[in-house]
Design a protein around this ligand. Structure first.
Ligand code: SD4
Length: 297
């Protein structure tokens, strides 16, 4: 039995399609999750991950990605890496070929080039257009990406975080361009083990998406996995994290912070501090989309 979870409506569709195809070809959960995130990074329509995603305040894309396996707690990550696709594959290379967990910025890019990745310009025409809008009206551009309050239809968030369980083994991974128009060099929760992802075969896996600063302060993913280790269901584990965040961190009342989890029985859950969220769940060929709203205090 294999179960995979992935975040947000739009990128989730792209991600699960590629991940399930890869799973059928290779049988490897790690390969499947890498393929899912790679497909989302490659899609220029998705504005929060990889090619065509929203830039920092200098107009440059700085990408964050991470992967962790629950069998041995190995992990790899890159942060603030420019002009390399796919970031998730560089994170996997860090995990599999170095003694380190994370490489940052231009040195992550250098490592990637040394391992055969080809530098390229991931900034599309649409990114340039949105960046020009940001230069004209920074507050409006930021308000839009945080709340979609100007009624445009496209989603304000679509960082992709994936969790998987196959024969008792967990994988967690995430890829993102981070918060749009961030200060150059800013790194969010997504590449941080314990914040954006965590996996431990003794308990389960968890991941996060949303306002990275708050998710990181809460160590949201580690906290959710600790809850699983204490015997909570995946839904209870996520609810506890979201409630704790709402109680302790007022900034997460304004901008969604989402945590998702997968337990040893394949049970899943998600909870968020405000707003709405869609989670895709794939189980041995069956795909469902679950909708969530703000956790009850
Ligand atoms: C970050 N957590 O860099 C990411 C952003 C995100 O959907 O998840 N957006 O803070």
């Amino acid at each position: 039995m294999t179960t995979m979870l992935t975040t947000w409506k739009e990128p989730g569709h792209v991600t699960m399609g590629a991940a399930s195809t890869k799973l059928a070809q290779t049988g490897s959960l790690l390969d499947a999750i890498e393929a899912g995130l790679t497909a989302a990074e490659d899609d220029p329509e998705l504005i929060a991950i990889g090619r065509g995603s929203l830039p920092n305040s200098d107009g440059e894309l700085e990408l964050d990605a991470s992967v962790m396996r629950g069998d041995n707690l190995d992990a790899g990550a890159v942060c603030a890496m420019r002009g390399i696709f796919p970031a998730i594959s560089v994170a996997r290379k860090v995990m599999e070929t170095t003694p380190h967990v994370m490489l940052a910025g231009d040195q992550a890019r250098r490592f990637a080039i040394q391992h055969g990745f080809v530098p390229e310009n991931l900034v599309t025409e649409e990114v340039c257009r949105r960046y020009r809008e940001y230069l004209v009206s920074p507050e409006r551009a930021k308000a839009y990406v945080h709340t979609a309050q100007d009624n445009r239809q496209d989603p304000p968030h679509d960082t992709v975080t994936m969790l998987g369980l196959q024969d008792g083994k967990f994988v967690a991974a995430s890829s993102t361009s981070g918060m749009p128009f961030k200060i150059p060099g800013r790194v969010g929760d997504s590449p941080i083990v314990g914040a954006g992802i965590y996996a431990d075969d003794e308990a389960g896996a968890a991941g996060a998406t949303g306002l990275g600063e708050e998710l990181w302060k809460a160590c949201a993913s580690f906290r959710a996995v600790q809850n699983l280790a204490r015997g909570m269901s995946a839904q209870e584990a996520c609810d506890e994290v979201a409630r704790h965040m709402r109680r302790r961190q007022t900034k997460c009342h304004e901008i969604p912070c989402v945590v998702l989890a997968l337990d040893k029985n394949g049970g899943f859950g998600a909870a968020l501090t405000t707003g709405e969220f869609d989670l895709w769940v794939w189980r041995d060929g069956d795909l469902e989309c679950h909708h969530y709203t703000q956790v009850q205090d």
